[in-house]
Design a binder for this molecule. Structure first.
Ligand code: 26Q
Length: 824
């Protein structure tokens, strides 16, 4: 009977249109004679959503039949961006649905443009999680993501007089077709309360934690379709809400307000994403977010495991949990609590299960980003967990003591507890001790953590526990979707779209580097992408830029270690040179458009001054007619995933210029090169491996190496005398008031003097300027540049997130793909 009523979903234009009309009239309750672009978007999205739900169900059914080991990716951030175009492409529906939309009188581009970004992340770490979900789905892995459904995503950035101002990102304002509320999947989460001891039937003393008032975690599921497969995986996002019970006690005492207050605080937990990137903020609410999320996710995972009716000792054979940085580290403690307090296991048996289950990815070595939480706060919010952490630490330090007797310094360095007053819990230490594998995100970074911050752990646990998994990006979104013209050209040349599932196939493009016709078409695609960006810049900022100029782009979170400051200082240097040139000399120079974008954390004063300086320089340079359009400076506001999709395909050069050893990997570097843009970069993070893949001739590298950084910092006691003269001249220029009231920039300039130039701008400035000159020189030879651009794309196979995910699956998770058949 069920089969009789199951309506087969067809992928042709007419089926789309009939579904579209049904959604307009039923779901949206509108007349088909009166629909705007937004309604057209909604109706299209709902039509696609129906297809996704079908695949989602088929996938769950296929997995239930096999009962495979599943991988769970725990991330506080999923920076997904828009979903409609991506889903259409991954499902192979773009063409038929596109025609269907256009036939009904809409422009597909305008329809797609109606969607708001799902911006539940800050930057690299959150976008990495999104790329990994795309690869897990595409490669048919039985995987789940777990995160939080923030009511407010990363803030929207606007500019006022060149200063950043933040606006709330209330992204759920007009319904979100990409989530499926699971009002039946609700888990009670407790904070506070008390721990009591009791003696069990076997005479053993056991602990029982009774928390305070429960808060409900409600599941919202976000389907993630793979490319060219029926597999459709799930990101489960938890939303907090008060457990609606009538609080008679408060009510009778006439404390109605207090009762409501408690309910509001419950909703607060998932209200807002913390907007700090690579910086720890010690807010209690952030810790509550972490536990709320981790406890709900583990309850869900344990419940799913129990359905298998396997013995609890099989847990690590069925479950792999990846910790995306230290943010979910409390999951280790929560699983130990469940196994010991609830399931009644012995401590050691439980701990073996825990460590076999978890693996931990580190994303930074910056000291200010290392998570640590005060013991008193943990004791009061999660008393039982704090006891368990002390016990984990005790047993761990005992085992250290046994291996290295009488080394008290070693014990202090390894301890999960920092012995300050108050004491702190070092989350990275807890994550390492509770995991069977730890990885960094690029070769250099993985080596650095082994020799610096985690050195003692390597000594104790041995090398095998510490791995490298170089990051990757999904070529579906970052080439096929963002750069359709280049994608079409590649597909035409290679004869099929297989490269989208095996990015190493791009290698075949190398055959055509000397084919004039191919080169011409390659350059034309870049030109049209630059024209598209020029239009966007005109619309957003009013600035006209010449798309024949060299497009030089630095877009990423604004942070001192990423050195946007050094970039804008070099722009001032360039401007001063251009002003001194004769008209003839200016004719011979390569015109440049220097483009910046990125958000500063709202409380990061210096980063905000960098934004102001960029805009002040832009104001002066852009209206100076004397330099005859040889230089333009642009700050694109509100950089996010969908803006990146316009920017990334349009670069000639992109800058990744962090102080060596500070950028764990970087992933936008990969995006730009995959789209045929060259890199100007330091010997840092994944730049090094990109260099290795694409070759010396196709990248501009400069600056001091990571192993020199410590010594250079040390030498900076005598800073002022040694400052690079070109840099000094530029700073003098700012101080003379050429770029507005110089008093504004004093604290920024002080970072180079009083602040001892921690990020070594002065040490790298000379080689940076020389590298810039080499870029100009190389760009003059258009033909050679085209060749470099093609080789860049052709050699980027390694940086597909598919490669990264296969490495995780094979050497950390031990999970296998499960093919998903369509169920009719
Ligand atoms: C921690 C505690 C309290 C509040 C906030 C945080 C917090 C939030 C976000 C700490 C760090 C982050 C984000 C870090 C991040 O994005 N790191 C980047 O990860 C990328 C993916 O691996 C790398 O490519 C980048 O190099 C790295 O900077």
């Amino acid at each position: 009977l069920w089969e009789k009523f199951a309506v087969p979903e067809n992928d042709d234009k007419e089926s789309f249109q009939s579904s579209f009309v049904r959604h307009v009239t039923s779901t949206l309750a509108r007349s088909v004679y009166n629909i705007d672009n937004f309604s057209a978007y909604q109706a299209t999205a709902h039509t696609v959503r129906d297809r996704l739900i079908k695949r989602w169900n088929d996938t769950q059914q296929a997995h239930a039949e096999v009962g495979p080991k599943r991988v769970y990716y725990l991330s506080l951030e999923f920076l997904l961006g828009r979903s409609l175009d991506n889903a259409l492409l991954n499902l192979g529906l773009k063409e038929s649905y596109g025609e269907g939309v256009e036939d009904l009188g809409f422009r597909m581009e305008d329809v797609l443009d109606q969607e708001v970004d799902a911006a539940l992340g800050n930057g690299g770490l959150g976008r990495l999680a999104a790329c990994y979900m795309d690869s897990l789905a595409t490669l048919d892995y039985p995987a789940w993501g777990y995160g939080l459904r923030y009511t407010y995503g990363i803030f929207q950035q606007r500019l006022n007089d060149g200063f950043q101002v933040e606006f709330p990102d209330y992204w759920l304002n007009f319904d979100n077709p990409w989530e499926l509320p699971r009002l039946d999947v609700v888990i009670d989460i407790y904070f506070g309360g008390s721990v009591s001891k009791y003696t069990d039937n076997n005479g053993r003393v056991r602990a029982i934690w009774e928390g305070g008032e429960p808060i409900q975690a409600v599941a919202y599921d976000v389907p993630i379709p793979g490319y060219g497969t029926k597999n459709c995986i799930n990101i489960r996002l938890w939303s907090s809400k008060p457990k609606r019970k009538f609080d008679l006690k408060h009510f009778n005492e006439g404390q109605y307000e207090k009762a409501v207050q408690a309910q509001m605080e419950a909703e607060n937990i998932t209200a807002v994403l913390y907007p700090n990137d690579n910086h720890m903020v010690g807010k209690e609410l952030r810790l509550k977010q972490q536990y709320f999320w981790v406890a709900a996710s583990l309850a869900d995972i344990v419940r799913r495991f129990k359905k298998s009716e396997k013995p609890i000792s099989d847990f690590p054979k069925q479950v792999a949990i990846q910790l995306n940085d230290t943010h979910p580290t409390l999951a280790i403690v929560e699983l130990q609590r469940i196994l010991v307090d609830v399931e009644g296991l012995e401590w050691d048996d439980a701990w073996d299960i825990v460590t076999d289950t978890f693996a931990f990815t580190n994303h930074t070595i910056l000291p200010e980003a290392m998570e640590k939480w005060p013991v008193p706060v943990l004791t009061y919010l999660l008393p039982r967990h704090m006891q368990i952490i002390f016990d984990i630490n005790l047993f761990f330090l005992q085992s250290v003591e046994k291996k290295y007797p009488d080394d008290r310094d070693l014990l202090a360095r390894l301890s999960i507890i920092e012995e300050s007053s108050p004491q702190f819990v070092r989350m990275a230490h807890l994550a390492i001790v509770g995991s069977h594998r730890v990885n960094g995100v690029a070769e250099l970074h993985s080596n650095l953590i082994k020799t610096t911050i985690f050195k003692d752990f390597v000594k104790f646990f041995g090398q095998e526990k510490f791995q490298n998994k170089t990051n990757g990006i999904t070529p579906r979104r970052w080439l096929h979707q963002a750069n359709p013209k280049l994608s079409d050209l590649i597909t035409e040349k290679l004869g099929n779209k297989d490269w989208l599932k095996d990015l190493f196939k791009l290698k075949q493009l190398e055959k055509y580097v000397d084919d004039p016709d191919f080169k011409k078409r390659w350059v034309a695609v870049k030109g049209s992408n630059k024209a598209r960006l020029a239009d966007y810049i005109k619309k957003q900022t009013g600035i006209s830029v010449n798309s024949n100029a060299l497009f030089d782009i630095q877009v990423k979170r604004i942070h001192e270690y990423k050195r946007q400051f050094m970039n804008i200082l070099s722009v001032i240097h360039r401007y001063n040179l251009l002003k001194k040139m004769t008209p003839k000399q200016r004719k011979e120079t390569v015109p440049r458009v220097v483009i910046f974008g990125g958000k500063a954390a709202p409380g990061y004063y210096i980063a905000k001054l960098v934004i102001k300086l960029i805009n002040s320089v832009a104001d002066v340079v852009n209206k100076d007619l004397s330099i005859e359009d040889t230089l333009k400076v642009v700050f694109i506001p509100d950089y996010n995933v969908s803006v990146a999709e316009i920017i990334v395909p349009a670069s000639d050069i992109s800058q990744h210029i962090s102080t060596a050893g500070t950028e764990a990997s970087g992933t936008s570097n990969m995006k730009f090169v995959l789209n045929g843009g060259l890199i100007l970069g330091t010997v840092d993070g994944a730049n090094i491996e990109i260099h290795e893949e694409i070759g010396d001739e196709n990248i501009f590298m400069f600056g001091n190496l990571a192993d020199k950084v410590e010594d250079l910092r040390h030498a900076h006691r005598y800073r002022n005398k040694q400052m690079d003269p070109a840099l000094k001249a530029v700073l003098d220029d700012i101080e003379s008031g050429h770029f507005g009231d110089p008093r504004i920039f004093v604290p920024l300039i002080n970072t180079l003097t009083i602040g001892k130039d921690y990020y070594l701008l002065s040490d790298d400035f000379g080689s940076y300027l020389r590298a810039q000159d080499m870029v100009d020189e190389a760009y003059k030879d258009k033909d050679e540049w085209a060749k470099k651009s093609i080789l860049c794309t052709a050699r980027m196979g390694k940086f597909s997130s598919d490669r990264a995910i296969k490495e995780y699956a094979e050497s950390i998770w031990n999970v296998e793909p499960i093919p998903v058949e369509e169920v009719r």
